[in-house]
Design a protein around this ligand. Structure first.
Ligand SMILES: Cc1cc2nc3c(=O)[nH]c(=O)nc-3n(C[C@H](O)[C@H](O)[C@H](O)COP(=O)(O)O)c2cc1C
Length: 199
């Protein structure tokens, strides 16, 4: 058991958010199996309040990128606080989001709220967050890179993905292989002794 847990942790600490993708295709079956794993996540009252929209159509990815960049340009240029801009400076991010078009797959995850075909959910964000954690883990273990991307605001995603209003965008995950010249910021993790408290 210890070996399994250690082996899993050793593989998980190698996961990094990738912001520079290759356009090389990925096997869609891998993505669908990862979504199957994600959909097994625990959820409040087992309502499973999630929807995973797997976007591969180049035209739709382009629309997604253009709409996201329009919001992000506004956000970075006007609404973002100086504090936030300082916090994300090491990531080298700005309003440009080419990965939304270059990555072969973009998964848009929606929270599903009460609607004509969906019951009232409980603990929606906690549940969807757990499912996305499983999704990112499954894709990483299958050898694919992801970015957890949260454009602000995100309502444009309903239109681009043709989803009803009771579905609320939660996160956007470009999925693929890293570009040859991809780089990641030199981040450090908190040591175990700081995050784990024994009582
Ligand atoms: C909820 C959430 C939202 C995030 N939103 C963005 C984003 O919009 N753009 C981005 O470039 N990175 C985003 N990130 C990625 C984080 O910056 C990244 O996970 C963090 O810096 C740690 O780096 P790592 O994932 O490589 O370990 C987000 C991460 C999380 C968990």
């Amino acid at each position: 058991m210890v070996g399994v847990a250690r082996g899993f942790a050793d593989r998980m600490v190698l996961r990094r958010s990738v912001r520079h993708f290759s356009s090389d295709p990925v096997p869609l079956e891998v993505v669908e199996e990862a979504v199957r794993a994600a959909a097994s996540a625990p959820s409040g009252a087992n309502v499973q309040p999630w929807r995973f929209v797997v976007v591969t159509d180049p035209e739709r990815k382009r629309r997604l990128r253009l709409a996201a960049e329009a919001e992000e340009r506004e956000f970075y240029g006007r609404r973002a606080s100086a504090e936030w801009l300082e916090a994300v400076a090491p990531m080298g991010t700005d309003w440009r989001k080419p990965f939304l078009e270059v990555a072969p797959v973009v998964i848009v995850v929606f929270e599903v709220h009460q609607g004509p075909r969906s019951p009232k959910p409980y603990y929606v964000k906690e549940s969807v967050g757990m499912a996305v954690g499983v999704l990112v883990t499954a894709l990483h273990l299958a050898g694919l890179a992801t970015l957890t991307h949260t454009p602000s605001p995100m309502r444009f995603l309903n239109e681009v993905c043709e989803r009803p209003p009771e579905e609320r965008p939660f996160v956007v995950l470009p999925v693929g292989f890293p570009a040859e010249d991809a780089w990641v910021p030199d981040l450090v993790r908190k040591p175990l002794g700081e995050v784990l408290v024994r009582r």
